[in-house]
Design a protein around this ligand. Structure first.
Ligand code: 022
Length: 358
């Protein structure tokens, strides 16, 4: 069939909106009509050419929601008409990674996904001239229709609005999941969130959901404060206004009983390696955990003194919030529909496919 898509023709060039061919789903695959998609910084990073693994031409987009329109042979977990969210981190429930119960990073289709093709090694997209166009993160949501492996879609309830729940396909799950799955924050915790963008706000609402007492937001831009407070931030720190961010946080978290100070948990949502160091070092001696969520520039390295770890601080990272997509994403959609989490205020702009370069 033919479908309209925004194609990343070449690094550094705007997306081109065009008709493309889309072949039907092969065994174990599903075709999905994408009803809404977000634009994530990672799409932009890949389009810019700065992503060393970026391939072209490709159809970008990995934060979508839609409806199954056709299933390939042997597909049993979803059927035509089901509402789904595409998963750039699939969940096969059979590979060593899934069966370990220790990671969400399913490895069953990792190699082909990274090469921009379906698990059988071929692409379903092509130009009207017949030249292949690559998939992106196994999702390619910047297209009205796309094909995905069955293990890379989460079936969700049908009363949830596509234009809101598409955000659960990346940002919402990454932020909330980092709190719930990776840090496993407990009631009463003191936490610090570096970077109050889309991911930071979701970390903040995850912390509120988890029952944190103190949620300190750190950002250079004070204009971010009202929104962050709306989502649950209790204290704000502007690094421009203090000499030493680490010392300031250690002080803020002291109590009459505990004069050591330090956050129980910190989250880097900036991708800046200097910030990552502060995020580790502002956590509490003996037990503080710092979770890296932000994606750093290619080749960047982090630094700290081993003393920080020897004295009990823990450095962790998380991809897709440690979420197992087919299991966890439908639950997050329920939380949204039940009013446990908010998404609507975070959606500031809505565009048509033709306006995607804006
Ligand atoms: C998406 N990301 C950030 C914002 N939007 C994101 C999240 C996680 C990763 C990459 C980007 C990520 C972390 C670790 C990996 N990836 C490797 C996973 C593995 O090797 O098992 C990652 C993922 C997908 C792809 C590339 C890297 C891809 O499909 N090309 C999950």
């Amino acid at each position: 069939m033919r479908t309209r898509a925004a194609v990343a023709v070449q690094a550094g060039k705007p997306l081109e909106i065009m008709e493309v061919n889309l072949a039907g789903p092969r065994p174990g695959e599903v075709m999905v009509e994408i009803k809404a998609t977000g634009i994530c910084h990672t799409d932009e990073f890949t389009l810019s050419g700065a992503d060393p693994e970026g391939l072209f031409p490709a159809i970008l987009g990995h934060e979508g929601a839609g409806v199954v329109v056709e299933v390939g042979e042997g597909v049993s977990s979803v059927k035509k008409g089901d509402h789904v969210i595409p998963l750039y981190t699939p969940e096969c429930r059979q590979c060593p990674s899934c069966l370990s119960r220790k990671t969400n990073l399913c490895t069953s289709i990792r190699a082909t996904q990274g090469k921009g093709v379906m698990p059988d090694g071929t692409s379903r997209f092509s130009t009207l001239d017949g030249d292949p166009i690559l998939h992106y993160m196994g999702c390619s949501t910047f297209s009205n229709y796309t094909v995905l492996p069955e293990i890379a879609v989460a079936k969700v309830r049908e009363d949830a609005p596509f234009d809101k729940i598409c955000y659960i396909g990346c940002g919402v799950t990454t932020g909330i999941g980092a709190v719930i799955n990776t840090a496993k924050v407990e009631i009463g915790a003191k936490a610090v969130v570096f970077g109050l963008g889309g991911i930071g706000l979701n970390v903040i609402q995850g912390l509120r959901l988890a029952g944190a007492d103190m949620i300190i937001g750190v950002d250079l831009n004070p204009a971010k404060v009202p929104m962050a407070e709306h989502f649950g931030m209790t204290h704000f720190l502007n690094p421009k206004e203090v000499d030493n961010v680490v010392a300031e946080i250690v002080n803020m978290t002291k109590t009459p009983f505990d004069q050591i100070g330090g956050a129980d948990y910190s989250f880097d949502c900036t991708g800046n390696v200097k910030v990552m160091r502060d995020a580790l070092e502002c956590t509490h001696r003996g037990w503080g955990q710092s979770i890296i969520i932000g994606v750093a520039p290619a080749g960047a390295e982090i630094q700290t003194r081993p003393f920080q770890l020897v004295t009990g601080r823990v450095w962790k990272g998380t991809a897709f919030g440690g979420a197992r997509g087919r299991t966890d994403v439908p639950k997050i959609v329920d939380w949204y529909m039940d009013g446990k989490i908010e998404i609507d205020p975070m959606i500031t702009h809505t565009l048509k496919l033709d306006e995607i370069n804006k």
